[in-house]
Write a protein that binds this ligand. Structure first.
Ligand SMILES: [Zn+2]
Length: 500
């Protein structure tokens, strides 16, 4: 991370692989570092983030063999099992984006290069104050935070939307309040098994953490910086980047990391303990952005109006895809919803389920039966979790004519109908999944790692051009918030009450 708005030193050499091709992924600064010698040991991993060491596909063998190993008693497995299991929850559902990272012609980098400039997360510039200057408000808190070595303010690009955001560390109380809301949440739809990112199943949880994030926005390169206006222009594909940016402000100095070896779980149960540098985990496919778009983003301070941003967003090639044929008479096109469109559509779906259940069952039933009914209703209307991604429906009227459906309520009702027909539903899921993979070109992930205890060390080539494990950064965010809550509780318990 650079300390100001000056571009990083640029390395202009065009790197190519042995076969002369441009590498799909290239690492320019390390994502992990050894823990400092004087770092406090954390034997129970209470202040440690566990992440996977290999991609979900590379882990399949370990997963299959796990029952034979745990048969000897989970106690004997010690910390390996704890770290392995905890790491597993950070995978993207269904291995989303693993293919995107190997896509022919992609160039995933930790920055976006535009001419002499490298664009990525930075500490915003704050001018030094004169001797005796009186400070108050945000700028004072910003400087106090820096002086204490606490989380600060960071500025980072939202590539899918065309906006730079500055976010400040939200502090502990909004995170505590959010954690409590999530713990008390009544409606749980459960993970649906289609394995695509951006489902609406957790739409309420997503709204709560987004509200914490948007309340922590310090600045943005959009003319209207209130929460509602920003949600109407920022794309849902940038939500993971916002979660990541928020995490970087909370833990600017990195975080304890543990990774469990999965090379051969019968032979090696090594756990690697290091520090993860969160700010290095964002990867953007440089080749998805036009020169115009890079130019548009190259001024980190200039505010743009809605028309300018809309123009930036419309330039992506995935917007111009052909109509997808659903059956002989029916076609559809997709779009990337804004955060607002995504939340409204998802909440309409979840609320309609709760409505149906409450009207149909009254209040006399147990919570367990009610939950089961809610889950069933969720599955019966499963396509609704992606309704916001459908732009238009086209009905073939013969002789090359199509009628068009674009009002949201009709599209919702159509999604309910499609959900009841397995073949059609599966086809639409598959196509939406492909679209989401293409439209998401800035993602959070960590390179795979060779276990130092049982595998050959990584070659220079492997370290420089790594395989990336896409992370469910929202899950990582919640994990770190839970660790913080535990830390706060421990801290509060250790303060003696002077009255008792
Ligand atoms: Zn090993």
């Amino acid at each position: 991370m650079t300390d100001n708005n000056k571009p990083d030193d640029i390395d202009n050499a065009q790197n190519t692989l042995d076969d002369g091709k441009e590498p799909n992924v290239e690492l320019s600064s390390p994502c992990k570092t050894p823990r400092p010698k004087d770092a406090k040991a954390d034997p129970n991993f209470t202040n440690t983030l566990s992440l996977p060491m290999k991609t979900i596909r590379q882990t399949n063998k370990a997963l299959e063999e796990l029952p034979s190993l745990t048969a000897g008693g989970e106690e004997a497995m010690g910390s390996w099992l704890q770290v392995y299991t905890a790491g597993f929850s950070h995978y993207q559902a269904g291995g989303s984006f693993e293919d995107s990272l190997n896509r022919e012609g992609s160039a995933w980098r930790q920055n976006v290069k535009a001419g002499e400039m490298k664009m990525g997360i930075v500490k915003p510039r704050v001018a030094a104050s004169a001797d005796g200057a009186k400070l108050s408000g945000d700028s004072a808190l910003f400087k106090i935070g820096n002086a204490l070595g606490l989380g600060g303010t960071l500025k980072f690009p939202l590539w899918h939307s065309g906006i730079w955001l500055s976010i400040k560390d939200p502090g502990e109380s909004p995170l505590l309040a959010m954690e409590r809301k999530i713990a008390e949440q009544k409606i749980v739809l459960g993970r649906q098994s289609n394995g695509i990112a951006f489902s609406s199943v957790n739409v309420y949880t997503r709204r709560w953490w987004l509200e914490v994030a948007f309340s922590s926005i310090y600045d943005a390169t959009y003319t209207n910086r209130n929460m509602k206006a920003l949600m109407k222009v920022i794309k849902i594909t940038d939500a993971p980047l916002i979660a990541w940016g928020l995490l970087c402000t909370i833990h600017p100095n990195g975080f304890n990391l543990a990774q469990a070896c999965v090379a051969d779980i019968h032979k090696c149960q090594h756990v690697v303990e290091e520090l993860v540098n969160l700010s290095k985990l964002c990867w953007t496919d440089n080749n998805m952005l036009s020169d115009d778009q890079k130019q548009f983003m190259s001024d980190r301070d200039k505010r743009h109006n809605f028309q300018d941003i809309e123009k930036y967003q419309k330039q992506f090639s995935f917007n111009n895809h052909d109509k997808i044929q659903i059956n002989e008479n029916l076609y559809m096109t997709f779009k990337v919803p804004t955060i607002e469109e995504y939340l409204v559509s998802g909440e309409r779906w979840v609320d309609s389920i709760v409505d149906v259940v409450e009207r149909g069952m009254g209040s006399g039933l147990s919570d367990a039966i009610k939950d089961q009914y809610i889950s069933e209703q969720g599955r019966a209307t499963t396509l609704r979790q992606y309704a916001a991604w459908i732009d238009k429906l086209y009905i073939d009227e013969g002789e090359g004519n199509f009628s068009i459906v674009e009002d949201r309520e009709t599209i919702d009702l159509a999604c309910d109908r499609f959900s009841a027909q397995k073949d059609i539903c599966d086809l639409i899921f598959k196509e939406i999944g492909k679209f989401i993979d293409l439209a998401t070109f800035s993602i959070i992930g960590i390179p795979t790692y060779n276990c130092p205890a049982c595998e050959k060390p990584q070659t220079d080539q492997e370290s420089k051009y790594p395989t990336i494990i896409p992370l469910d950064i929202e899950e990582t965010f919640f994990t770190l918030v839970r660790l913080k809550v535990i830390e706060i509780i421990n801290r509060t318990n250790s303060i003696k009450d002077p009255i008792s």
